[in-house]
Design a protein. Sequence first.
Length: 233
Amino acid sequence: MLAMLRGQLRFAVDFLRHRLLRLALLFVGLLLPLWGFAELADDVGEHEPFPFDEPILRFAESLHGDVLDRAFVFISGAGYAYGVVPFDILLILALAFRQRLREGLFAGIAIIGSALLNLSTKQIFARDRPSLWASIAPETTYSFPSGHAMGSATLAWVLLLLTWHTRWRWPVAVAVSTFAVSVAFSRIYLGVHYPSDILAGWAAASVWVVSVYLLVFRNGARPLRTGKARTAS
């Protein structure tokens, strides 16, 4: 009996030791953001205001000045049409060119799927943009969730997960986190998104990208291992 218990305990410890990273990813990157998005979406669907939205927007408005205006217009552009989108395309093409087919499949599904998910979710919730002041970079589409926040967070998650098992993981983590936060704040500064839109975009990106990662890199497969991943099976 004691030997059987020792064997079961050894199996449990070994199981957790080899799968701790995936379990942490499942909880931090999937379950918590899924709960967060559900909470945000529920209140948006019922047209309930968030107590933190207007104070943060008013704080951002108080920072306005010519230098920051130009800086955040640039960062906002880099967070989508002039930065994230071209980089997304180049990343997928580079992975395909280097015969990293599984990595390319992961990046392609995560990035394209995230964009489609954002467009469809905006139509479902049809939340109007903030109107506290006249923005210097106005938007006409719906607000929830933020496409810039979701797109930059999607790219951040993709790069982080691709490089996590390499020596570049911490430099990449710092770089992509800084970029995603900068893009997100630029949207608040410009008055075109509520902070709750940003949180929803981050949460949706996390849920989607981590789900795709766990699907593509299953059974112990890891990205960017030594040698080329020539098949996606």
